[in-house]
Design a protein. Structure first.
Ligand code: AMP
Length: 112
């Protein structure tokens, strides 16, 4: 069980930003931007790489929900960045797939 399994099971509290039948979105505990929300699917994948063999319909529902969360956060007009850290070099620290939604300021590029 990862930390995000426990947050999804409400065993560990989180500052929930949005929830529907597909996803749970909560504010990152250590925000890297004025808006920093993590979106996890209720159907668990461990990492982005798992999507290579996942049901495209389920992936689509997840991606659509991530876009809905960004809209719900009021970021649609100003823009935002979606990040999936994957594996060791991607600095993924929690083995439960999560989209980072980052916004509220002009983000630099390229990332470090
Ligand atoms: P990653 O490095 O892509 O695996 O992202 C994990 C993210 O989870 C980091 O940005 C952490 O700040 C965040 N995080 C860790 N613990 C918590 C928590 N209890 N509630 C919300 N976010 C967390």
């Amino acid at each position: 069980m990862t930390l995000f399994d426990k947050i999804l099971a409400k065993e560990i509290p989180a500052n929930v930003a949005f929830e529907d039948e597909t996803v749970l979105a909560f504010h990152d505990i250590s925000p890297a931007a004025p808006v920093h929300v993590l979106v996890i699917p209720k159907h668990k994948w461990m990492r982005f790489a798992d999507l290579a063999i996942a049901d495209p319909k389920q992936i689509g529902e997840y991606m659509s929900a991530v876009a809905r969360v960004a809209k719900h956060l009021g970021l649609e007009e100003s823009g935002y960045r979606i990040v999936f850290n994957n594996g060791r070099d991607g600095q993924q620290t929690v083995d439960y797939i999560h989209a980072h939604i980052l916004g509220g300021r002009r983000l630099s590029w390229p990332p470090g």
